[in-house]
Design a protein around this ligand. Structure first.
Ligand code: IMP
Length: 195
């Protein structure tokens, strides 16, 4: 079975290569397929599920391959669960710019609780029916920006039960406990049953 992993994000690609490694499933990435190499999907849905489906559907229809896409966001309780679905676009600039801006917004807040939410969508171009898989990870926002691995908000997110940020904990730990890991374990089980 060929499965198109519909993301151009290098950090996500690296995680998903490991999370989706499954015998009988050949993973394909957009840059390896001319039909979707330059496909850019506008993520204008109002929920994680809508955005994940927009991407999975577009890639599946263009490639004619079973495709999986995901949308992720960070919900910060003291900010009324923002930035949420706008996690990438609420503040223009780099990941570092967004981390700095978020720490500034939380400057006077004692409640540092936050949660990552991932919704993965598997889309079959033949049946055209989407399947959704949700994964979450709770934690808190640190007071400084750490140096380490990962991407996005990893340098400022401390998972529940840990004392270090995801960036410091490294990819092996992140892939055992993360929102994306929880969602994609469900994708794996679904594919295992379908194989
Ligand atoms: P998107 O799912 O690619 O739209 O990501 C939304 C925002 O969340 C971007 O700013 C990403 O960098 C960030 N993000 C997504 N997944 C993670 C993660 O696993 N760790 C940290 N930040 C993430």
């Amino acid at each position: 079975m060929r499965l198109l992993v519909a993301t151009q994000n290098q950090g996500k690609q690296q995680e998903l290569r490991s999370l989706l490694s499954l015998s009988g499933v050949e993973l394909v990435f957009p840059n390896e397929l001319p039909s979707v190499a330059n496909l850019d999907v506008v993520e204008d849905g109002s929920t994680f599920a809508e955005n994940a489906e927009l991407k999975a559907r577009a890639f599946a229809q263009a490639s004619k391959l079973l495709s999986v896409a995901e949308d992720t966001g960070l919900q910060v309780r003291a900010l009324g669960n923002k930035p949420g679905v706008a996690s990438k676009r609420w503040h223009l600039g780099s990941d570092l710019d967004r981390n700095q801006a978020l720490l500034e917004q939380l400057n006077d807040k004692t409640d540092r609780f936050a949660e990552f939410v991932t919704v993965a969508c598997l889309f079959d171009p033949v049946t055209k029916s989407p399947e959704y898989f949700v994964g979450k990870m709770t934690g808190s926002i640190s007071s400084t920006i750490a140096v380490g691995t990962g991407f996005g908000y990893d340098p400022i997110f401390i998972p529940t039960g840990e004392t270090k940020t995801l960036a410091e904990l490294g990819m092996a730990v992140k892939n055992a406990i993360s929102h994306r890991a929880h969602a994609f374990k469900k994708v794996r089980s679904y594919l295992e049953k379908a194989l």
